[in-house]
Design a protein. Structure first.
Length: 223
């Protein structure tokens, strides 16, 4: 299977003259899960929005396979983004959301899932928070993009539902590059193949999870 490479380089972003991101560099290949960690307000969600192209940076380079992508429309073909907010209209049925989002050749495979089978006949506004998040994440993982950005996928979910979502993410990471950030750092660490810490506007590429203690993100005994 071909390897694809996403690189984000020299990202700079200020809000009200305060630097949030400064000379950020991040690289993600298909087959990898990059865990992006950082304290509240460190700029994690801001960075994902800049990568996806829905938030302007003061400066940035985004390259896919060495080719610079200047237009947001070019990024939409290769990158998918799960925001913290739900994106499926409440008036939709689950079946309609699936049929509008998934290629006909993948529909059968999409439905081959006990969780999806259990909610197929429901309306979106009748789903639990966990069921809806699972559906949204699976819809994004099944689209043709090479890279997926997941912002707070575990928000408000039970441990059982988190386990199901972790399994879903891990299964699909074999053919996609995934960048995930969440306050639930334990599960981010658990499924990530590489960890990046965002601190004081800069990215620190960690060789070992214990560096999270050295960098002051976690206290002793929390890993």
């Amino acid at each position: 299977m071909n390897k694809y490479v996403l690189e984000i380089d020299s990202v700079q972003k200020k809000f009200d003259y305060k630097s949030i991101l400064s000379d950020i560099y991040l690289k993600c290949e298909t087959g990898e899960i990059i865990g992006l960690l950082g304290r509240n307000g460190s700029g994690k969600s801001t960075l994902l929005k800049i990568i996806f192209g829905i938030l302007e940076a003061d400066f940035k380079f985004v390259r896919i396979d060495g080719v610079i992508k200047n237009r947001t429309s070019d990024l939409f073909k290769d990158i998918s983004y799960l925001s913290q907010d739900n994106f499926i209209p409440n008036s939709f049925s689950v079946k309609k959301a699936i049929e509008l989002s998934i290629d006909s050749q993948k529909i059968k495979s999409f439905y081959d899932d006990e969780m999806i089978k259990s909610i197929t006949d429901k309306k979106i506004n009748h789903l639990s928070g966990g069921e809806l998040r699972y559906l949204e994440i699976k819809l994004i993982l099944f689209n043709p993009s090479k890279f997926v950005l997941l912002d707070e996928p575990y928000n408000g979910l039970s441990p059982i539902m988190i386990d199901k979502i972790n399994q879903l993410i891990t299964q699909n990471s074999t053919k996609k590059g995934i960048i995930i950030t969440d306050h639930n750092y334990e599960n981010v660490i658990k499924i990530s193949s590489k960890l990046i810490l965002l601190k004081e506007g800069k990215t620190f590429h960690l060789k070992d999870k214990n560096e999270l203690i050295d960098k002051g993100y976690l206290r002793e005994g929390l890993i």
